[in-house]
Ligand binder design. Structure first.
Ligand code: XMP
Length: 197
């Protein structure tokens, strides 16, 4: 679990009242940008060793866009040259609760047959999104599929899926920042934070 202001004195960098409705608490710090960066360097080392230089890095939009950008550059520094693709999924539900139905939005990348694919998502929650995405990559004829998530909430799991690479395991809290939103807000925060409704 990350540090909060009470035990680490961590503040949420870049947060201001701008963009708030006034009907929710301000985000509370979870992982600072420096913590995220160090963890990504370590993950990139593990992934580069396992995947080698040539593979497809498939980013699950929208929440993983910053994570993917930083991970791709850390991988490049280790000699990797991934083809970067994108796929967008939506789960119906409220702003903080998925309804359980996951659907692809827009196109799914082509040319995955016989490729080694690394699926990258922001948060592994119930697992439905990652499971759906992984099955689609397998159905597209990929040679291997590995999965990487920035955050894992194991307590929330409902679908039979685990990630091969995990940035941080966290409790069941609603996370924002570092590309991850609440109702399209807070994606710009450089730190990961949590909100309490
Ligand atoms: P599932 O339940 O399919 O969910 O594993 C994965 C997707 O749900 C979103 N999600 C969150 N989004 N803060 C968010 O802004 C959260 O704490 C959170 N938990 C899950 C996210 O899009 C993730 O890819």
């Amino acid at each position: 679990m990350g540090r909060g202001p009470a035990d680490g004195g961590l503040t949420v960098t870049g947060f201001s009242d701008h963009g708030r409705n006034g009907d929710e608490s301000p985000p509370t710090a979870l992982f600072a940008a420096g913590d995220i960066s160090r963890r990504i360097e370590s993950l990139a080392g593990d992934i580069a060793r396992a995947m080698g230089p040539e593979f497809v890095l498939l980013c699950v939009l929208n929440g993983a866009f910053i994570f993917t950008a930083d991970l791709a550059r850390a991988l490049a520094a280790r000699g990797c040259r991934p083809r970067i693709e994108f796929a967008s999924f939506k789960s119906y539900g409220s702003a903080t609760e998925s309804s359980g139905r996951v659907r692809l939005v827009g196109e799914f990348p082509g040319n995955l047959a016989r490729q080694r694919v690394l699926l990258v998502d922001d948060i592994l929650d119930t697992g439905r999104t990652l499971l759906t995405a992984r099955m689609m990559v397998e159905d597209a004829g990929a040679e291997t599929v590995a999965t990487c998530v920035l955050l894992d909430k194991p307590a929330r799991r409902e679908a039979p899926v685990e990630a091969d690479y995990v940035g941080f395991a966290i409790d069941d809290v609603f996370v924002v920042g570092y590309g991850i939103d609440y109702a399209e807000k807070f994606r710009y925060l450089p730190d990961l934070a949590h909100i309490s409704g």
